[in-house]
Design a protein around this ligand. Structure first.
Ligand SMILES: *Cc1c(COP(=O)(O)O)cnc(C)c1O
Length: 390
């Protein structure tokens, strides 16, 4: 049986290889510390879990949910207004998703014809390019480089490419590079979208995982953003709801209608129990969000300061769940360094090149273990590597 051509270019060879190696290391009796996959390790706040308990007992919650509950739309629009000062029309400018990934993956089905070009950050969160390829489109990579503060350089995009491109993906705070964008950048992005008739799609999954008092902004805060684009928000990271996913697409109503049309043929909505959890999360006390960010901030400090003490320097992220670390002195291949780190120290991080060519020279470290475990990871790295003194 022959698989379809469209899946030939997608896959996760690196992750599979890493998994095989991990098992080999575990066979030696080493407990591997996994700082690879970016999945939140903390639970949702008790009031969110309690809301799910109550909703589970309601027999009316077991039909096809279809559209989102009005209370959920209201909770999300209230949250956007409070948090970003962005006013959304709940009838036309919000779409409920089965996790934001649902929208990130399916959007291309609504906008990309075979051969169409999409502008995708490199390195980037894999689903952007994957969605484009599944729809038969072509990916034009936008390098995210340290010298540009890890922002795409719109002026470097050739005129012919900009004219042909149908959509652009943006993601700040960014996974994997842990960089941020300000409102001025989003204004430029909106103007770029308008000039070339390009749909601007922004993924804001990490807006609430921010440190040192920093408050990331929404793309929709930029004037003109709603005319050219949409934004994806997720409760997975903010409220640790990755195992009961719910997300939203907000912004341009025509785009949401098109995405909604694709989705209405594929899924029948988010389990109402999860919707109730989402309402409780968005409307309930927000100190759990602050506490969550504090926990990640402490982890960041333990990790980055600890590694700096070993002579491996990297910038401290102001937001996101990740540290984007340049390879330590003496290394050039992120893939080889990661294999060595796993074999010698039993620590998994992801080679930057797994997120795109421009990710070479870096590794992504996910701060998804408790402080003590990160201390242990630093200890093991110090024991098995010598980077020279800082
Ligand atoms: C984790 C993550 C998401 C969240 O996806 P869900 O489907 O809502 O769980 C979206 N975008 C990025 C960049 C992420 O890292």
């Amino acid at each position: 049986m022959q698989t379809a051509d469209r899946i030939a270019g997608i896959g996760s060879a690196i992750f599979n290889e890493m998994e095989i190696l991990k098992r080999k290391v575990e066979e030696r009796g080493v407990t591997v510390i996994n700082l690879g996959v970016g999945t939140p390790d903390r639970p949702p706040a008790p009031h969110i879990i309690q809301a799910m308990h109550r909703a589970l007992d309601n027999p009316n919650n077991y039909r096809y949910p279809l559209e989102g509950m009005p209370e959920l739309y209201r909770a999300l629009t209230d949250w956007y207004k409070r948090r970003f000062g962005v006013v959304l029309d709940s009838a036309s400018e919000v779409l409920v998703l089965m996790g934001s990934q649902d929208g990130l993956a399916h959007l291309a089905m609504a906008y990309i014809n075979p051969g169409d070009i999409a502008l995708v950050p490199d390195p980037g969160y894999p689903i952007y390019a994957c969605g484009i390829k599944l729809a038969g489109g072509e990916v034009y990579p936008l390098p995210l480089l340290a010298k540009n503060d890890f922002l795409p350089d719109f002026d470097a995009i050739p005129e012919g490419i900009a004219r042909r491109a149908k959509l652009i993906w943006l993601n700040y705070p960014n996974n994997p590079v842990a960089a941020n964008a300000n409102r001025e950048f989003f204004e430029k992005a909106a103007a770029f979208g308008k000039k070339y008739g390009i749909l601007v799609c922004h993924d804001v999954a990490y807006s609430e995982l921010a440190y040192d008092g920093f408050k990331p902004v929404s793309f929709l805060e930029a004037p003109g953003a709603r005319e050219v684009g949409i934004e994806f928000y997720s409760l997975s990271k903010t409220y640790n709801m990755a195992g009961c996913r719910i997300g939203f697409a907000v912004g341009n109503s025509a785009v949401l209608e098109a995405l909604g049309r694709v989705k209405s043929n594929i899924d029948y909505g988010v389990f109402r129990v999860v919707q109730e959890a989402g309402i409780a999360a968005l409307e309930g006390p927000q100190d759990c969000v602050e506490e969550n960010a504090r926990v990640y901030q402490r982890r960041r400090d333990v990790l980055v300061d600890g590694l700096a003490g070993l002579g491996w320097q990297m910038p401290k992220p102001r937001a996101s769940m990740f540290v984007w670390a340049p390879l330590p002195p003496g290394y050039v291949s992120s893939w080889e360094f990661c294999l060595e780190l796993l074999a010698k120290a039993g620590v998994i991080v992801i080679p930057g090149v797994a997120f795109g060519e421009s990710g070479e020279g870096y590794v992504r470290i996910a701060m998804v273990q408790e402080e003590e475990v990160l201390v242990e990871a630093v200890r093991r790295i110090g024991e098995s590597f010598s980077f020279g003194s800082s």
